[in-house]
Design a protein around this ligand. Sequence first.
Ligand code: UDP
Ligand code: MG
Length: 315
Amino acid sequence: MKKFSLIIPVYNEEQVLDELVTRTVKAVESFTDNYEIIFVDDGSTDNSLKKLLSLRKTNNKIKILVLSRNFGHQAAYTAGLEHAAGDVVAMMDGDLQDPPELLPDMYRKIINEGLHVVSARKTGRKGKKGRNILFFFFHLFFRNTAEIKNIENAGNFSMMTRKAIDAILLMKEKIRYLPGLRSFVGFNQGFIDYVREDRLYGKSKMSTRKLFQLAGDAIFSFSKFPIRLCFFLGLTGVTVFLLAGIYVLIAKILHFAIIGWSSILLSIYFLGSIQLIFLGILGEYVFRNYKESQNRPIYFVREFYGDESSPDHGT
Ligand code: UDP
Ligand code: MG
C-alpha cells in the first residue's frame, strides 16, 4: 500500500492547529491509514511547537520538523519534502486557506488518472481585496512571461508522486520558488479547481515585502523578461535617438530650429535614469548568482520528532 506524506509549514499558527489537525486527519484517513503529517515549525515564537507536541501525543503519525530559525515558507516546504518518506506527497499551507477536504480528490486524481502532479488552481480568492489584486496581476504576468508550461493560477497547495518529488529535490538551487520548480519537472500534470478561503485566525505571515521578494524570485528564476526588457528598451532608445539625431542635424543645417538646453537636459536625465534602472536589474542577476555560489544550506534542523513508535522521540 502506498505511503502518503503531507507537509505543512507553520509559523506562529497556534490558534489554528487544533482545527487544522482535526480536519486534516479526517480528510487523510478517508483515503489511507498509511500516512504521516510532517509539520515544519519554521522558527515559531508563539506556542505552536508546544501545541504540535501535544497533538503528536494523540497521534504519532504527526511528525514535527523544527528548524533552527525562521527561514521562510519555501525553505520550510523544502525541508519537509526532504524528510518525507511517502510514495505520494502533498504540500498544504497551515492556516486552513487550503482546505484539507480537497486532499481525497487530489489523491484520487493521482491514483486513478496516472498523474504525477496535481496542483490546486485558484478560481477565486476570499480575503483582502488589495492583496488579491496583486496576486491576480502577478499570476497573469508570470503565466505570460515564464518559460515553463503548466504554470496556472496555482500556489503551493499540490500533491505529487515520488518521481516528481525526487526530480524537484534534484534541483539544488538556493533561491526556490516551488510552484515554478513543480511545473518545470514536467511528467503528467493536472489541476483541481478551488476557491481559496480567507485566513481563519491571525494575520498573514507573508508581509507585502516578503510577497514581492517571492514574486521577484519567481520572475528572475523562470523568465528572461528582466534582461530582455533592458535589451528591447535599449534597442528602442537607439532607434528613437537615431531619428532625433537626424532631425537635429537637418535642423542645424537648414537653420530652421534652435534646440534649447531643456531638451539636452531632459535627454541626459532620461538616459541617466534608464541606465540606473538597468544597472539595478543587472545587479539583481549578479546578487542572485552570488547567493547561489555561496552554496549555503537552505535550512538547518534543530529537532526532528519523526519516530512513529514513540511520540516524545526527537533527534
Ligand atoms: N509560513 C512559514 N514561514 C514563514 C511565513 C509563513 O512557514 O516565514 C507558513 C505559514 O504558517 C502558513 C504558510 O506558510 O502555513 C503560508 O503563509 P501565509 O498564510 O502567511 O501566506 P499567505 O497565505 O498570506 O500567502
Ligand atoms: Mg495563508
